[in-house]
Design a protein around this ligand. Structure first.
Ligand code: ZN
Length: 243
């Protein structure tokens, strides 16, 4: 089977369309989304509608739930909070209803969550090896070998081997038996690893390979829409930096 997994679209329709074109070319058996369709960008409704059309197996992100009052946004950074409030104000009832239906985990041999498999409702971040420790522990308990996440907007591959946790050089990895993997698929609509191109991931269960891929899109167009919408300028500017 061939799966496409993507995450953190963040209302960036231009980036999303570029990734969806790649997905159409990849012809996967199924698509998974690690959440955060909305927040930050200018096209929340359009991104929700595109998601409903492709109908991936999807989980909620903190911005999805934050926009419909299901997650606390008190700890959001000020720009993120401004964007969530703007999003909440512009979404229609239908779109809000859809965001409210999203759950926290998907399982299909592998696991899909937004932030961490350990207490996914807390949307904890996995940046480094220490953050990954409770996540791998939870995977051990759940007999789960591979988990796909987003949330940090920085793609990467973490692996656990006999109790040792380390970073695997990305963009690709061949899965080995006895090891566990946490794959951060990066962000479609707001990458923060210094590469402004949209990020997504292919998981091929026949070859047992995972590959993170990138695709360029019309950043300027997405930025202009954000400026016109009155969204914080910082959020528009960071798109060209990928930071
Ligand atoms: Zn996000």
């Amino acid at each position: 089977m061939k799966y496409v997994i993507f995450s953190d679209i963040h209302s960036n329709l231009e980036a999303y369309e570029a990734v969806l074109e790649e997905i159409a070319r990849e012809k996967p058996d199924a698509c998974y989304c690690c959440g955060d369709i909305v927040g930050y960008g200018a096209d929340p409704a359009a991104c929700i509608n595109r998601t409903r059309q492709i109908n991936p197996y999807i989980v909620a992100g903190n911005h999805d739930w934050g926009s419909v009052g299901l997650a606390d946004i008190a700890n959001f950074a000020s720009n993120a909070k401004a964007a969530v409030l703007w999003t909440a104000g512009i979404l229609g009832e239908e779109e809000k209803k859809y965001l409210k239906t999203l759950g926290l985990t998907r399982r299909n041999g592998f696991l899909v969550v937004h932030g961490s498999p350990n207490r996914p409702e807390e949307f904890n971040y996995i940046f480094g090896l220490n953050d990954a420790y409770p996540a791998f522990l939870k995977m051990q308990e759940d007999h789960c070998r591979i988990c796909f996440i987003g949330h940090t907007h920085a793609p990467g591959i973490l692996l656990e081997d006999m109790g040792h946790i380390l970073f695997h050089p990305w963009p690709s990895v061949t899965l080995q038996s006895g090891k566990k993997y946490i794959i951060n698929v990066g962000s479609v609509g707001q990458p923060r690893d210094g590469d402004p191109r949209a990020s997504y991931c292919i998981y091929d269960t026949d070859s047992e390979t995972v590959e993170i891929k990138r695709v360029g899109y019309d950043v300027k167009k997405a930025q202009d829409k954000m400026t016109k919408a009155g969204l914080p300028q910082f959020l528009a500017e960071r798109l060209s930096l990928g930071k």
